[in-house]
Design a protein. Sequence first.
Length: 401
Amino acid sequence: MSAMTDELRGDEEARAERLVRIGRPPRNRGEVIRKLVWIVPWLVFLSSPVRDLASGHHTGSATAAGWAGLTVFTGTYLALVFRNMGRAFPGRMVCALVGVLWLLAVVLTLSLGGSWLGLFVYVSVACGVTFPLRAAYWAIPATTLSLMLVGLRTDLDSAWGLFLVVLLVGYSMTGVRQLVRTTVELRKARATVAQLAANEERLRLARDLHDLLGHSLSLITLKSELAGRMLPDHPDKAAQQVSDIEQVSRQALVDVREAVSGYRRPRLAAELAGAQVALTAAGVTAQLPAEPDLDGVPEESESTLAWALREAVTNVVRHSGARRCTVELLHRQTLDGPRLELTVADDGSGGSGNGPGNGLNGLTERLEKAGGTLEATGTRHGFRLVARVPAGSAADVGSAT
C-alpha cells in the first residue's frame, strides 16, 4: 500500500512539473506564456476603443489622451489579474487598482463615447477575480449599474447590449475562483489521505508484528535465561530448553513470512482505485469497471491480476503518451475452465523500445506461475494488454458471464 502510494505520488509530482499550476505564480517563461494565452483572448472587448481611436474622429490631443488612458487601463488590468493568479496584491492595493479601472472606464467613456463601454467588462472581471466573494457579489452589480448610468449619457443601446455580459462575466469569474480553490483543496486532501493511509498501514504492520512476535520473543528470552541457569548442572535440561528455543524461533519466522507475504499481496479492488487516481493525475481519460466480482476467485489469481493491472497502468502513465485508457474485467468460460480476464487498452504509442520490457517479462512469469497467460500487442489505435488467470474450479462455471 505504501509503495503504491509513493509511486502514485511520484507520478503526480512529475505530472505537476509539466503542467501550469492553477492558482500559483509562474515558475518560468513557458508558464508565463501559457497563462498569457489564457488571459489575452479576453482583450477582445478592447477592439472597439482601438477602432474608435484609429478612426480619426477625435482631435489630436483627445486621441493621444485616449491612447494613454487605454494603455494605463490595459496595463492595470493585466497586472491585477495576472498577479492574482499567483501571489496576489495586498487588499488595499487591489481596491486601489480596481478603483483606477473603474475611474478610467467612466472617464474615457464619457469623454470619448459609447465605443468605450466595453471597458466595464474588465472592471467586472477584476471585481470577480480579485475581491472576496461577498464583496464581489456587491461590486459586480454596482459595476453593471455604472455601465447603465454612463450609457444614459453616451449610448444606451450599446449599454443594454453589454448589460448581461458585464453582469454574468463577473459572476462567472467568482465561479472560476471557487472551482480553482476547490481543486487545490482536493489535491491537498488527496495528498493528506494518501499520507494517512500510509501511516495507518505502518501502524497496522507494527501492531501485527508486535502481536506475532511479542509472545514468541518473550518465550525465547525466558527459555534462554533458563537454559543459561541449567547449563552448568543440568546440561540435558538446558539442551531441551535450547531445542524449544529453536522450535519457537522457527515458528516465529514462519509467522513473520506469512504476515509480510500478506502485506505484499495486492488486492484487485485497491489496484483499480489506484489506477483511477494514477490515470486521472496523468491527464488520461479512464474508463474502469466498478467493484469487481471476485466470488470463487482464488486469492493467488486475484493477486496476480492486481500485479498485471499495476504494471499495465504504470506503462500507460509513464511511456504510452495515451489520452484514453479502458480497463475491462470479465469472467469467461474456456476449455481449461473458468478464467478471469483483465484487458487494458489505450490509444497511446505503446511505449518506447522494440520489444517487451523487464516489467512485461516479469509479469509473464508471474502469470505463468499462477496458471495464467499474458497477451500484449500493439493495435491500430494504441496498445492492448490481456491477462487471464484461473477463476475457480469447474463448479464455478455457472457464475461465469
